[in-house]
Write a protein that binds this ligand. Sequence first.
Ligand code: AMP
Length: 112
Amino acid sequence: MDCIFCKIIKGDIPSARVYEDENMIIIKDIAPQAKYHYLAIPKKHFADVTEMTADDAVLVGNMLRKIGELAPSLGLDGGFRLVSNKGADAMQSVPHLHIHILGGEKMSDKMC
Ligand code: AMP
């Protein structure tokens, strides 16, 4: 499968990995849109939230909990914003579910 995030997970494409467990990786986004901008990416490939099975929902729930646990060590003590784009209107550019983690500074009160 020609998926850039699958290649990053396999190590075929380098990334700045800040966390890894059996289910996910967290990397620094290559084009940060906040002082700290990470991507939490499940190792299992599925395109977006509309493709999640019930098991995937458990996996993503555990990812969210882990993000919360890791936040202080990622410089996100002051809070953070989570975003997961789906489809063209949301400008999703990589069709492998991922959660943007943004923070490290005061963000706009507008979502877009
Ligand atoms: P989205 O537009 O929601 O699909 O988000 C994809 C994100 O992946 C964008 O914020 C890109 O900057 C980021 N991205 C693309 N390629 C890489 C890469 N090789 N390493 C890190 N982040 C990447």
